[in-house]
Design a protein around this ligand. Structure first.
Ligand SMILES: [Zn+2]
Ligand SMILES: [Zn+2]
Length: 213
């Protein structure tokens, strides 16, 4: 099995978790043995989030999508943003808040769960009033955490450990953009994402009654 960052291998990760006897859990309760918390920080693209969300629904896997209210790359308050939120809910996923410190913009769109965007150590694991901070105990511990940051698994791709049930429980952080867009490096993946965004921006311009003739 090649550990590519693509949708085929993401599906294999989900299948590995099932083969290892894990259940998909959400942050409304504390971790228990056998839990896999699928966490997605949506930094750049709602479209990529929806692609992954459809794949998970097809695999009967439930995830938590952390969406930003202060992204420079997408607007959750736009019609597109509202549609994406509704679709994530319709697919059975949870929606948390991907917050930019120090702003916590929790409202009725979100479950009371927060993941900081690019957190500094000073506040990363601090408690947040009225919400679960996913990087605080008991939801976070070094031994129970795997992340695909910049297309790099620090302790290797977890598919084998999942398939063999070697992790007591795990919070698995993945970024949809990395899995949806092709490339051999982070730069290539980002350039592919920008190509896709350019096509979408042309559609947005046409929808905005801009004359493109
Ligand atoms: Zn793998
Ligand atoms: Zn982020």
């Amino acid at each position: 099995m090649s550990c590519a960052f693509d949708l085929a291998h993401y599906r294999e990760l989900l299948d590995a978790a099932k083969a290892g006897g894990y259940r998909f859990a959400t942050f409304d309760r504390e971790p228990q043995p056998g839990d896999v918390f699928l966490r997605h920080d949506v930094d750049l693209s709602l479209e990529a989030a929806l692609r992954l969300a459809e794949l998970e629904a097809d695999a009967e896997a439930q995830a938590t999508y952390f969406l930003m209210t202060r992204s420079v790359f997408y607007n959750l308050a736009s019609e597109e943003g509202e549609r994406a939120l509704a679709r994530l809910r319709a697919l059975g996923h949870r929606v948390g808040h991907h917050a930019v410190h120090p702003h916590v913009d929790l409202d009725a769109r979100f479950d009371p769960v927060v993941a900081w965007h690019n957190p500094d150590p000073e506040f990363m694991s601090a408690s947040i009033e009225g919400a679960v901070n996913v990087m605080s105990e008991p939801w976070f511990s070094r031994d129970h955490y795997r992340s695909d940051s910049n297309r790099h698994w620090r302790s290797g791709c977890p598919h084998a450990a999942l398939a063999q049930g070697k992790l007591e429980w795990v919070q698995l952080l993945t970024h949809p953009e990395i899995w949806v867009h092709p490339g051999e490096t982070m730069r290539e993946t980002m350039l592919a994402m920008l190509d896709a965004e350019r096509a979408r921006d042309l559609e947005r311009l046409a929808a905005d009654r801009i004359d493109l003739t």
